[in-house]
Design a protein around this ligand. Structure first.
Ligand code: NIG
Ligand code: FE
Length: 411
């Protein structure tokens, strides 16, 4: 048995175990002059330091604030190549269609990713995960979706599997870009070959689909969701990024874990999410980088939805390498309060991955936590850049207790 009592915590701020819905998102438990007892990787006790039980080991955190480890529920962290020329062209006024026509955009990332070896992809991905982790993320979801063919999709998920020993990762199979020809055959292959193979090899816990005018339609999405469920996988969705074409309603009807993006969601989609247990995940990095309208997180919370926040780390729409910064941006761009943003990036983000064992520093939960640079927990929502998160403790993996300036073992 290993047991450590963390003392010297000026403030410990945490949501209760999730999911937290609507007004509950703003209700944190805040303990001043707190202590936290960790036993075998789980929270054993939390409360005022004056009442703390004895423990075999004690670590004094020196008067700093503690919040739960952040959960990043949406990343595309495995890719090769870059989109810098696309970005410059876009700054000069080129449209998404112009960029695609000149061979750029998402298809250029797919070609570069297809051409990279497993080892090369692993080397490219590792420092990205290191940065997310150093920013406070103790669990990170990683999607496939840049595979030109099924073998390349499996290779992306294999990269995630290889890095799972170093970081706490949740892999998702993303059905992202339809082929230019033989679309029906492709969807059939996804349902009858790719999803069963991914499930058989245990390479993903969820299946995600990009449902959009330029990507998969609602009927195709339904078929893919049915195959995912038949193979015992959770379902998630990219929807309402540019157009609300019915993906959100389908996902809520079919019990998806989350619907992500939502920049183009209106009243009907907000209502569908608020009446469901499906998490509404907003991605402020996309709003900042693409200059899209912000997803209506304020209206979603006010309507009673379960809202989460993620980075959407990817080379095209959100080169955002900090989960803490996603949290801070959701306050500015999506109008969440600091307390709501902390709930969104912890318990609710965990729930968006089907995880109920983390995100709250309460007895029985995983003892994943961030030690902030100063004494006030609100720094985690306030700071833009800098090192608001000074130490990251992840109880069950090799990344325990390291700060932004150091590296986890194996890097
Ligand atoms: O989440 N919406 C589609 N997919 C990604 C972008 C991927 C890319 O542009 O490389 C997203 O924004
Ligand atoms: Fe995405």
């Amino acid at each position: 048995m290993s047991e450590t009592l963390f003392t010297g915590i000026s403030q410990l701020a945490t949501p209760r175990p999730g999911p937290r819905r609507g007004a509950e998102m703003g209700q944190l438990d805040i303990t001043e002059q707190a202590a936290l007892l960790v036993r075998d990787g789980l929270v054993a006790w939390v409360g005022p330091a004056a009442q703390a039980p004895d423990a075999a080991n004690e670590v004094n955190l020196g008067g700093r604030a503690v919040v739960p480890g952040l959960v990043d529920p949406h990343t595309h962290a495995v890719w090769a190549g870059h989109r810098l020329a696309d970005w410059e062209a876009k700054l000069q006024g080129a449209t998404y269609e112009d960029i695609l026509a000149r061979g750029g955009g998402i298809r250029s990332t797919m070609r570069a990713t297809a051409a990279a070896t497993l080892e090369a992809l692993e080397q490219l991905t590792r420092p990205r995960l290191q940065r997310l982790t150093a920013s406070g993320a103790t669990t990170v979801e990683v999607k496939s979706g840049y595979g030109l063919d099924f073998a390349a999709e499996l290779r992306m998920l294999e990269v995630v599997r290889r890095l799972q020993g170093v970081y706490e990762l949740q892999p998702t199979l993303l059905i992202h870009v339809p082929p230019e020809e033989n679309r029906a055959r492709y969807v059939q292959g996804v349902c009858e070959e790719l999803i069963p193979e991914v499930a058989h090899q245990g390479l993903a816990t969820s299946v995600d689909v990009f449902t959009e005018k330029e990507a998969f339609n609602v009927q195709e999405t339904r078929a893919i969701f049915e195959a995912a469920r038949a193979n015992g996988l959770h379902i998630k969705l990219h929807a309402d990024q540019f157009h609300a074409i019915g993906g959100t309603e389908l996902a809520c009807e079919m019990g998806a874990l989350s619907v992500d993006h939502l920049e183009a969601s209106g009243e009907a989609q907000i209502r569908a999410l608020a009446e469901s247990d499906t998490v509404a995940t907003v991605l402020p990095g996309v709003t900042l980088h693409l200059g899209l309208p912000a997803a209506p997180a304020r209206a979603l919370v006010d309507a009673g939805a379960i809202v989460a926040v993620g980075t959407d780390l990817n080379p095209g729409s959100s080169p955002l390498f900090s989960t803490q910064l996603a949290l801070a941006l959701s306050v500015r761009l999506n109008k969440l309060t600091p307390a709501e943003a902390l709930s969104a990036c912890t318990v609710n983000a965990a729930h968006a991955l089907g995880l109920s064992d983390r995100g709250s520093l309460s007895p029985g939960q995983r003892a994943d936590f961030c030690v902030l640079a100063g004494p006030d927990w609100r720094e985690v929502a306030y700071a833009l850049g800098g090192q608001a998160v000074q130490e990251v403790h992840c109880a069950h993996s090799a990344q325990a207790a390291f700060g932004p300036s150091s590296s986890p073992p194996g890097t």
